[in-house]
Write a protein that binds this ligand. Structure first.
Ligand code: UD1
Length: 365
């Protein structure tokens, strides 16, 4: 029996873990253990995704919760090492770039448990982002690096990672979207919010670099208010962002805008129903850059850089500064999808990435 721990911690992990779990649990000779570190714990940041993806209760919940980066990383490192010693897996599979990705990889590799990293090789080259540190360090110690795109494989080669550890497998988020497409299309989120397909933008912002500094946040709030005069905005607000908006006194300002709907963070199906109908996305999320590229929806990413350059070269993504947002939104919003983009997603973004990962794992077992 091959024992595999699959690690999930925070919202962007759940849609990456779901297609892997679905395949792994169907192999009689694989014993998969779902580990939730508990970094995200609110019902709408965590349980909603387990429900949407029909994931079972995690086998282990480490209950790490909020804290500084060192607190989150350190607590996860200790708790996951204990879980590995109590019931040692053959492999741990980590996804993405959150604190748990690094902590679980480090705990496992120090006690000789092999590590596979899904979504390896992405680099923003911005070490001020905690996720960049997590990516670099996880990739340095993982035994197999499953990359979503050619640029990611090239990054790893240029860092001297041995060729035998790198495998281009594609993007597991696309697997999830394709698996859930029918349910996404059948959802009534747009009706519930009274927005018409092709006639609104979806906004998500949560990066510390955008929301923690009140003067930067002020520029964004002003820009969004101006955009909303022409294009209705639906803004599911991350807990960090809500807190910052409230602290800076912007929450009421935005609520008073007739064109802006501030809503709770959404589950996967409801959120994707919103995104698939949007004329435009305004975001600082990593995943949304990929999802909009795949769907052919224009995306304005309010960041100076991206670890996902394939969304700039093969997709619909554009990096914008907060001060340029209004102008960029004017030129980017379209009511019809660009069919050229929709028909040419990057290689291996085909709904079969999880299959390739499981095949690779079995081969290396
Ligand atoms: C984390 C990830 C980031 C990812 C993001 C998506 C790291 C380093 N960062 O950042 O890559 O894009 O998740 O959401 O791992 N909070 C709640 N309820 C929750 C979760 C968080 O209220 O369920 C609050 C926390 O108390 C904290 C804030 O939200 O004040 C930030 O949460 P945290 O998990 O520290 O990091 P994110 O900013 O969400």
């Amino acid at each position: 029996m091959l024992k595999i721990d699959l690690i999930a911690a925070a919202r962007p992990n759940f849609m990456k873990v779901a297609p892997l779990y679905r395949i792994l649990r169907n192999h009689d000779d694989i014993d998969v253990r779902l580990v939730h570190t508990g970094q995200h714990y609110d019902a709408n940041m965590s349980q909603a995704f387990f429900r949407d993806f029909s994931l079972p209760e995690p086998d282990i919940n480490l209950g790490i919760g909020s804290g500084t980066h060192a607190e989150q990383t350190g607590r996860t490192l200790m708790a996951y090492e204990r879980a590995c010693i109590d019931n040692r897996p053959d492999w741990v599979v980590v996804v993405g770039d959150v604190n748990a990705t690094l902590a679980c990889s480090l705990a496992a590799s120090k006690i000789g448990v092999r590590v596979g990293h899904v979504e390896a090789g992405l680099r923003s080259r911005d070490r001020a982002m905690p996720e960049e540190i997590n990516r670099i360090l996880t990739d340095a110690i993982a035994d197999v690096l499953w990359t979503p795109s050619q640029d990611a494989s090239d990054n790893l080669r240029s860092e001297g990672i041995p060729e035998g550890r790198i495998e281009l497998v594609g993007n597991v988020m696309i697997d999830t979207f394709e698996l859930m497409r029918t349910r996404i299309e059948a959802a009534h989120t747009r009706e519930a919010l009274s927005v018409m397909s092709g006639d609104y933008a979806v906004v998500t912002l949560h990066r510390p670099s955008n929301v923690d500094d009140p003067s930067k946040l002020a520029v964004l709030v002003k820009g969004l208010s101006r955009i909303s005069a022409d294009l209705p905005l639906v803004f599911p607000v991350h807990p960090r962002t809500r807190l910052r908006l409230e602290q800076a006194g912007f929450w009421q300002v935005m609520q008073a805008e007739p064109g802006i709907q501030l809503i709770e963070p959404q589950g996967y199906i409801d959120f994707m129903n919103l995104l698939t109908g949007a004329a435009l996305a305004i975001t600082d999320s990593g995943g949304m850059q990929e999802e909009t590229s795949y769907l052919g929806i224009p995306c304005l990413t309010v960041r100076d850089n991206t670890e996902r350059p394939v969304t700039l070269t093969h997709g619909t993504n554009r990096l914008v500064r907060a001060v340029d947002l209004v102008e960029a939104a004017r030129s980017a919003a379209v009511s019809e999808r660009d069919p050229r983009v929709h028909h040419h997603p990057p290689p291996f973004w085909d709904g079969r990435a999880a299959e390739r990962i499981v095949a690779s794992l079995r081969q290396r077992a």
